[in-house]
Design a protein around this ligand. Structure first.
Ligand SMILES: [Zn+2]
Length: 118
């Protein structure tokens, strides 16, 4: 039986919560209908706005200290600073969003396993 910690780690790795082998997502953010390795149905799990919320939360907390430090030092002109911060934000969100979706989908899957076992 897969526990929540294992499902969380597999979600970060974008793998099936049950077997940890099959890829969880296709086309960047679309959850596969079923795991290609073990056949576990996954397409019915809806993460809704959870992954976007987590991605915004993490990106904001990572970039806020950088923005404050850049403003304190006044070492960069406004446009290069804006270009730097926006580029970092886009890169971070592109990396974090699928992993946040993997975490949410796998944790929802794990919570359903737990409640159906009780
Ligand atoms: Zn699987």
């Amino acid at each position: 039986m897969t526990n929540s910690k294992t499902a969380l780690i597999r979600g970060l790795r974008l793998r099936c919560p049950k077997c940890g082998e099959g890829r969880l997502l296709q086309k960047y953010l679309q959850v596969r209908e079923s795991c290609p390795a073990c056949g576990e149905p996954l397409g019915h799990i809806r993460a809704d706005d959870g992954p976007a919320w987590l991605t915004i939360l993490l990106t904001g907390h990572i970039l806020a200290p950088l923005i404050l430090e850049l403003e304190k030092r006044q070492s960069m002109a406004l446009l290069p600073e804006l270009a730097l911060v926006l580029s970092l934000a886009i890169i971070l969100m592109t990396i974090l969003l699928p992993r946040a979706k993997g975490v949410f989908v796998n944790m929802i899957w794990a919570s359903r396993q737990k409640s159906s076992a009780e």
